[in-house]
Design a protein around this ligand. Structure first.
Ligand SMILES: Nc1ncnc2c1ncn2[C@@H]1O[C@H](COP(=O)(O)OP(=O)(O)O[C@H]2O[C@H](CO)[C@@H](O)[C@H](O)[C@H]2O)[C@@H](O)[C@H]1O
Length: 508
């Protein structure tokens, strides 16, 4: 895998960050959190960072957005052109170019309705990639780096190396792609690529799944100048068949340009001392923590309709998918609820998983609350009011909620995969520095054993439990540190002019 040197750019960089969602504007998952926090951290370092995203119908602040430009994406050799506007929004101090093409983005949801993906998702996100490049010269922003994220933006690196290969404007522009989740590959047949005729004129084996399908993620990984995973451990897993979801050859081909950079935790949003959503703000000191937890737990119990009693509470906030390990929890949940505990889950997604959780909550209404909703306020209340946070993920490229829960002294119970290994320290492995609990086997039984283990600590060794809470709250996953690693990736090799110092950076 790529190694790092300590480098600084000779001038502030111009970075165009392309993402299909951005926290604060529109969000379905963790990609949005990163697309808010990483550009902000790079901006704080003095770089000129701008974000490009779709102008969805549901974007916050849509009414106030100003139109910067009305233009067309002209697709040669077809006579067709797609009209679009570039709308100006902001994510904190970072300018956002939101691409308004109503035929693609003026819909109730981002990707799917009633659990059915929009049938033209390929064309929609091919448009995002093509228009993100098309608008640069028109808005007079000449990026040094175009930072792509996941499959939605995977055609940007491809187009830079094909459509724009001879472009003077992009002659010094490099691209990177961050893989937040390789399970989503953006595979579409050629009907969806009418805006990318290059794909139809030639065969690009590197981007193909089979002779009739292209994967946008594969294209991004093959053609970006650098590729990174959202944690060092996920970068290693991506070199294996299981960990890469069948893309190991694609990542192995890029091993010299492959990085693993752990996500940060946005302590501006996730901080018990300042969190506006929680009943009582608290600090890490024992008195404040005990008071704050007690008030937040009571508030959580009231909000979700559980009895207000002094019991350990286990929380979970997630998309309901097998990735998050709900299918390990469902078979053992009733067994776990035999204990004096309460469990609260908030999530939306797979109807079968939701229905199974609903049934259990109906049968155990005094101990288990399932809230089928997407609710940021409730996510904060669970993070603050629970004693433990469950993430028994089948796979987890990085995971953010375990970092959020650590900040609130809520001990994570996680499976030993992806970024969860990079961010949680297991009590049974390293008791002195432990911050939570880790189990390995992908089975309900292994999860149950670890849950029981954590419960034992809570009920039989309260002082030890409190010590772990202090360890957890002392963790710092700074976005500034992660942003520095991204900067070093941007500058590594012959990417851009930079100065290399002899000091070595912490290894990835
Ligand atoms: N019902 C609900 N109500 C309120 N909030 C909810 C919610 N369901 C989810 N969320 C929020 O969405 C975010 C999920 O973040 P994750 O990192 O856990 O997952 P995700 O799998 O979406 O992201 C992918 O990208 C991220 C970013 O790189 C990786 O960390 C991760 O491993 C990878 O799978 C969190 O902010 C969480 O609070």
């Amino acid at each position: 895998m790529a190694t790092k040197k300590k480098t600084v750019p000779t001038a502030p960089l111009k970075v165009l960050f392309v993402s299909s969602e951005v926290e604060g504007l529109v969000k379905t998952g963790g990609l949005a959190d990163v697309a808010k926090s990483l550009p902000a951290a790079l901006k704080l370092m003095g770089h000129d960072v701008r974000i490009v995203m779709p102008f969805y119908k549901t974007v916050t602040g849509r009414e106030q957005a100003v139109s910067l430009l009305s233009t067309e994406l002209y697709v040669e050799p077809q006579p067709a052109a797609v009209g679009y506007q570039v709308m100006q929004l902001a994510s904190g101090d970072v300018p956002v170019y939101a691409l308004d093409a109503p035929q693609y983005f003026d819909r109730p949801e981002l990707y799917a309705e009633n659990n059915q993906a929009y049938p033209d998702n390929g064309e929609r996100f091919a448009f995002l990639s093509a228009a993100a490049l098309d608008m640069c010269e028109k808005v007079d922003f000449q990026p040094d780096i175009i930072h792509c994220n996941d499959w939605h933006t995977g055609l940007v690196p491809f187009l830079l190396k094909t459509r724009y290969a001879q472009s003077d404007f992009f002659a010094n522009t490099k691209s990177v792609i961050t893989v937040h989740n390789a399970v989503f590959k953006g595979i579409f047949n050629y009907d969806q690529y009418r805006l990318i005729p290059e794909l139809i004129q030639h065969r690009y084996i590197n981007a193909e799944i089979d002779p009739s399908h292209i994967s946008m993620l594969k294209a991004g990984v093959a053609y970006a100048d650098k590729v990174n995973a959202v944690s060092p451990n996920y970068a290693s897993e991506m070199l294996t068949h299981l960990g890469s979801h069948g893309m190991e050859a694609d990542f192995q081909n890029r091993i010299r340009d492959l990085y693993g950079i752990v996500n940060g935790c946005d302590y501006g949003d996730w901080n018990p001392e300042t969190d506006p959503y929680i009943k009582q703000k608290f600090k890490a000191n024992k008195v404040s923590l005990a008071r704050g937890k007690k008030a937040c737990k009571k508030d959580l119990q009231q909000q979700v309709g559980l009895p207000v009693v002094d019991l350990p509470v286990y929380g979970m906030v997630c998309r309901l998918t097998e990735q998050k390990g709900i299918h390990y929890l469902i078979p053992i949940l009733k067994d776990f609820l035999v204990n004096e505990v309460q469990v609260v889950i908030v999530g939306t997604g797979d109807p079968a998983l939701a229905s199974a959780l609903r049934q259990i909550s109906e049968a155990h209404a005094d101990k288990f609350a399932f809230v089928e909703a997407y609710s940021n306020p409730l996510a904060h209340c669970i993070t603050a009011g629970a004693d433990f946070f469950m993430m028994p993920s089948e796979f987890e490229p990085c995971g953010l909620n375990q970092m959020y829960s650590l900040a609130y002294g809520t001990l994570p119970v996680v499976r030993a995969v992806g970024g969860l290994i990079d961010t949680v320290i297991d009590y049974d492995d390293k008791p002195h520095v432990a911050t939570g609990f880790i189990f390995s086997d992908p089975t309900p039984e292994a999860l149950l054993i670890k849950l029981q283990r954590s419960l034992l600590l809570y009920s039989q060794k309260p002082q030890e439990f409190k010590r772990l809470q202090q360890n957890a709250m002392a963790c710092q996953f700074s976005w500034q540190e992660s942003a520095q690693q991204y900067l070093e990736m941007y500058l590594d090799g012959d990417m851009l002019p930079s100065v290399t110092s002899t000091e070595s950076a912490s290894g990835v």
